[in-house]
Design a protein around this ligand. Sequence first.
Ligand SMILES: [Zn+2]
Length: 209
Amino acid sequence: MPAPTRPPETPAEAVAELQAGNERFVSGSPRHPNQDAGHRAAVAGEQHPFAVIVGCSDSRLAAEIIFDRGLGDLFVVRTAGHTTGPEVLGSVEYAVTVLHTPLVVVLGHDSCGAVAAAGAVAAGGLRPAGHLGAVVDAVLPSLRHAAAQGIGDPEGIIDVHIAQTVNELVGNSAVLAAEIAAGRCAVVGMSYQLNAGRVRTVASVPRSL
Ligand SMILES: [Zn+2]
């Protein structure tokens, strides 16, 4: 077992750690760090996750697996289409202010069903019944942003929705914006390819970490 290393403390260090883990996952050589019984006991008393993941609920987008991390590493908030309602914002604010997590990642992916559902409504289809309509409502503004920019390809639309989610987090959470302004936190949008397993950075606040 490799010697324990110091957890990331800055936004840039946290991004690098996630990218390194994703590279291990993509190449088929994951280390599965922090998943053993000893670490489970070590983190039972308190948590210091180095990244918040605001991700889509898609079953193929399991954060700890695709970033090759373990217990206590990632504070994960998932909804279909990575929406930004008040409970999501509150969860992010808890992580960055109480747990002092230095990075928030918006994690979207290709072939996202929530984006497809919103696209069907935007094309004239019926708004889904029940609470699924709220998911569609949350994604629709991103589709309008993409259309306004002349972006119509599926990958481009996903990128716009991820960037829009980054902007919504920062724009709707004064707490998060203050942490960013103080240099203690950053928000990065990443797009995940279901087939290749690779994440690609598509947006960040601030622009350079
Ligand atoms: Zn999705």
